[in-house]
Design a protein around this ligand. Structure first.
Ligand code: NAD
Ligand code: MG
Length: 398
């Protein structure tokens, strides 16, 4: 299917990935490529949703917060766009006929609307990593069953996808990590880190949740889990390396000693355009790499003492899929508490670890199994959120 005439939907249109997706579409439309927009969604940002609708002219717009239906209707008045609110409207946005769906809602909240697109066998551009981390095996099985094509947008996974010429001959995958704003910070500095410091990423401009995840390196751990499920590869074959320049987006090592990598400026429009034009490529105006100006690219190992999140993610992955569900849910709660000023930076990973420990003690069977239904996933997710809230509360009080 060619890009010309393709219809798209964007789940999470008001976010950072949503904005980059709009810019890619506008760039292509300016070149005369006809791209229709079926549906867009936002969480609670009515003004952002209205602004996106004026640019994209979708048929349907959904706001997640059910209390904002009237406000959204008012903001979109006169644009001739159907408006919906609440979980059913979000799911409808994924279910509506569009050839290509960008899944860019943050957190486990992205799972149900993304699954609606998967169930009708769409091309699904997957930016939301949490839905794989929280329901990986079920999500992958559903994609296979319904003939959906998953196009990874997370830059590392997109890089791997671009150079995965021989999936059966892979020896190892190496995910690159910028190291975030605290790459060279002392633990005492990290202990006092504020939300704004944690969100000041040196290379990428992103939403606040993923920015905090990048500062703890939880993001890289979530990506390791994402890669394990998405590429169906054992974690022993997954490596992480710090690459502060964020130019090489990941490596695929083959059995003959060849290593293929993809490089680009750190700009999400590059993986988004790749996913949108796949299996072709589209011309877009992202910044070009200036190799002489770059000079040198550097790589270094990860300090697991200062960044324990990576170890926690590996442990969860080896324990069982319910553990990665619980880890992701606990991390969402801990990051929320940190961003609200109610938890210290180093207590994010501590909260996640204590949540997994507590769940493991109270119900060892639950945390080690692989959920066999999305209902089971939701049960684990809710149990982990409850426990994480309790633990974060005691840490905040300490
Ligand atoms: P963001 O916070 O900027 O945007 C999130 C979007 O989701 C917004 O449209 C918001 O309104 C919506 N949303 C928030 N809560 C919601 C809820 N409960 N229900 C429905 N919608 C809700 O996030 P982002 O940085 O664009 O990241 C989106 C996803 O893409 C994340 O899963 C992130 O890990 C992944 N990702 C982002 C980047 C990046 O560069 N920003 C890179 C790789 C992967
Ligand atoms: Mg990434």
């Amino acid at each position: 299917m060619s890009l010309e005439g393709r219809t798209v939907s964007i789940l999470g249109v008001t976010g950072s990935v949503g904005e980059s997706t709009i810019r890619v579409i506008e760039d292509l439309r300016a070149q005369g490529v006809a791209i229709g927009v079926e549906a867009v969604t936002a969480g609670a940002n009515v003004d952002g949703l209205a602004a996106a609708c004026r640019r994209l002219k979708p048929r349907f717009a959904a706001i997640a917060d059910p209390n904002l239906l009237a406000a959204a209707r008012e903001a979109l008045a006169g644009l001739q766009i159907e408006v919906g609110a609440g979980p059913a409207a979000l799911e409808e946005a994924g279910a509506r006929e569009a050839d290509w769906v960008m899944a860019a809602i943050v957190g486990a909240a992205g799972l149900t609307p993304t699954m609606a697109a998967v169930r009708r066998g769409a091309l699904v551009a997957l930016a939301n990593k949490e839905c794989l981390v929280c329901a990986g095996p079920l999500f992958m099985a559903a994609a296979r069953q319904h003939g959906a094509t998953l196009l990874p947008v997370d830059s590392e996974h997109n890089a791997i996808f671009q150079v995965l010429t021989h999936p059966d001959r892979v020896e190892k995958l190496t995910l690159t990590a910028s190291g975030g704003p605290f790459l060279n910070a002392s633990r005492s500095h990290m202990a006092r880190a504020t939300p704004d410091q944690a969100c000041a990423h040196p290379r990428w401009s992103m939403g606040r949740k993923i920015s905090v995840d990048s500062a703890t390196l939880m993001n890289k751990g979530l990506e390791l889990i994402e890669a394990a499920y998405l590429f169906e590869i054992e974690q022993e074959k997954l490596d992480v390396i710090i690459h502060p320049e964020s130019v090489v987006h990941s490596f695929v090592h083959y059995v003959d000693g060849s290593v293929l990598a993809q490089m680009a400026s750190p700009d999400m429009r590059v993986p988004i355009a790749y996913a949108l034009a796949w299996p072709d490529r589209a011309r877009i105006g992202a910044e070009r790499l200036d190799l002489p100006k770059l000079g040198a690219l550097t790589f270094q190992g990860v300090d697991l003492e200062r960044f324990p999140a990576l170890r926690l993610c590996r442990q969860a992955l080896s324990l069982g899929a319910a553990s990665t569900t619980a880890l992701s849910a606990a991390n969402e709660i801990a990051v929320e508490a940190f961003l609200a000023g109610g938890l210290a930076f180093l207590d994010i990973a501590r909260t996640v670890e204590a949540t997994l420990d507590a769940l493991g003690r109270s119900d060892p069977g639950m945390i080690a199994k692989t959920p066999t239904s999305f209902l089971e996933v939701t049960a684990v997710d809710h149990a982990a959120r409850r426990e994480a809230r309790r633990i974060a509360g005691t840490m905040a009080a300490a």
